[in-house]
Structure formats: C-alpha cells, structure tokens
Design a protein around this ligand. Structure first.
Ligand code: SF4
Length: 266
C-alpha cells in the first residue's frame, strides 16, 4: 500500500536505503537465517515507515536506544526536507533541541532569523527569555525538549501558511510521540492551534488556565516569549502558567486524560 503522507513515504524510503541508521537490530536480523528475527525486523521497518509506533508501543516495547535512533532518523529526514516551498528560502532546518528523554516539551511557532542561521530553536531574544523562564523553573535547557510547528523559517517571519503547517506537522507529531514528554507547553497561539486543531483565530488568553488533552498527555498553553518581549504585562500570567506546568510535572496537580479540557477553577 502506498503511503499518502509524503514524510512517511520518505521515511520508508530512507528505512529501506539505510537500515543501519534506523534499525541496527533489523540489519542483523534481516541478514540472519532466523525466520522469527526476520519477521520482527520487517515489522520494525514497517512500524517506523508507517508511523505506527504509537506512544504506548514506542514506550512499552522499544528500548530507549531504539526511539532515540528513530528520532535521529526523523531529524535526518527533516534536514533534507523539500516538501514545502520554505526549503527554498531557509538557511538551516531547525528540527529541535534538547533531551530525547525530556519530561517537558515546549513547542513554538517557527524559526526566526537567528534560529534559521544557527539551526537551533529559540536562540534569539525570545530564546534568551525562554532560558530565563527555565532557570526560574529550576530547569536547565538541556533537560527539556524544544521544537516548533514549522522546521523552516517563513520569509520575513510572516505567519505560517496552512499548506506549510499541514505539510510539516507530521514531523512535530512524530517528535512528540517518540520523546513522549509528560507535559507539553504550547508557546503561543500558532502552536496551540495546530497541536489542538483549533480555529485559527483563537487567542492565547482564552486558552490559558486550562489543561488540554493532547493524545492522552496534558498540554498547557501560554504566551510565546516573543509576545512577552512586546508586552511585558504577559510575564505574570506566563509565570502562573509555568507554576501549573511544574505542579502537573510533580504530580501535585492531578490530571487525567478524560479531562477535556481541565479548567483550573474546577
Ligand atoms: S517547513 Fe517542514 S515541510 Fe517545509 S521544507 Fe521545512 S521541514 Fe519540510
């Protein structure tokens, strides 16, 4: 069966052409005479290429090394991606950065000029502010994972176009699935809209104070650090949101997947 999703189709092609990068176990098994091992290897390749490594199976069945290998393979695919017109104007693909085992993942909108130049998300002024927020949360940047909805910079920092986000979102969804964070923070409306499939004109203000269900994991929406730079009055509500994040991470604030969405006032 043909994969309709171009990213998954590309992953399949890469898995077939470079199995040693993707699945060392598959490489060994496919060259062995053991029929059972070959069947397992074929299943692994199929799972990787079709995106069927659901959160539960990736966590429960795959070894940590395997999902890190899958994440590296996904990054390699993204770094060569030319699936939308943004590849023509980008300097570097900004895949994501941080701990593959992170319990907390931040998702922003798209790379800016600094990120495009360095290939890393949140390295400009907004990134420095995010670092300060992390420090205040007593977290190191290397302990969390940071990514964007778009992996390539829209020219002039314009808003992402629907076709661009639709094409690029499978990378982010796969990243979240593989990293399997305990909590996701959407930084700004664009991240919230695309992760939660909301109306495009929704405001961050209307999403704060709630805990959303992102495929069974809690998602909290707060202001993008760039918005804090423009409007310092957002700092206090953002810090309140980060307190909520810490409470969910520590278990002080209980959240169950059936809470859709969970309102803090309840
Ligand atoms: S924005 Fe995403 S889909 Fe478009 S070229 Fe970059 S990585 Fe590929």
């Amino acid at each position: 069966m043909r994969d309709r999703n171009p990213i998954l189709r590309h992953l399949r092609q890469l898995a077939e052409s470079e199995p040693e990068l993707y699945l060392p176990r598959a490489e060994r098994a496919l060259t062995s005479t053991n029929a059972g091992a070959k069947a397992d290897a074929n299943a692994d390749v199929e799972r990787l290429a079709t995106g069927q490594s659901a959160l539960s199976s990736a966590s429960a069945q795959a070894s940590p090394a395997q999902f890190v290998v899958e994440l590296a393979a996904l990054a390699k695919t993204a770094l060569a991606c030319a699936l939308c017109p943004l590849h023509e104007t980008r300097h570097k693909v900004v895949f994501g950065v941080g701990d593959a085992h992170a319990r907390l993942m931040f998702v922003g909108e798209a790379p800016g000029a600094d990120e495009d130049a360095q290939g890393e998300p949140f390295v400009g002024r907004a990134g420095q502010l995010l670092n300060k927020i992390l420090t205040a949360m007593k977290l190191r940047r290397s302990e969390v994972y940071i990514a964007n909805v778009l992996k390539c910079r829209p020219p002039g920092n314009r808003n992402p176009l629907p076709g661009e986000t639709a094409t690029c979102m499978p990378y982010l969804r796969k990243q979240i699935e593989l990293i399997n964070p305990a909590v996701v923070v959407a930084l700004g409306a664009v991240a919230a809209v695309h992760l939660l499939k909301l109306a495009p004109d929704v405001a961050v203000k209307s999403l704060r104070g709630r805990i959303f269900n992102l495929d069974g994991r809690p998602l909290i929406v707060t202001y993008h650090p760039a918005a804090l730079l423009r409007n310092p009055s957002y700092k206090t509500p953002t810090w309140e949101d980060m307190q909520t994040v810490l409470k969910v991470l520590s278990g002080e604030l209980k959240w169950q997947p059936e809470n859709k969405p969970f309102t803090l006032d309840n």
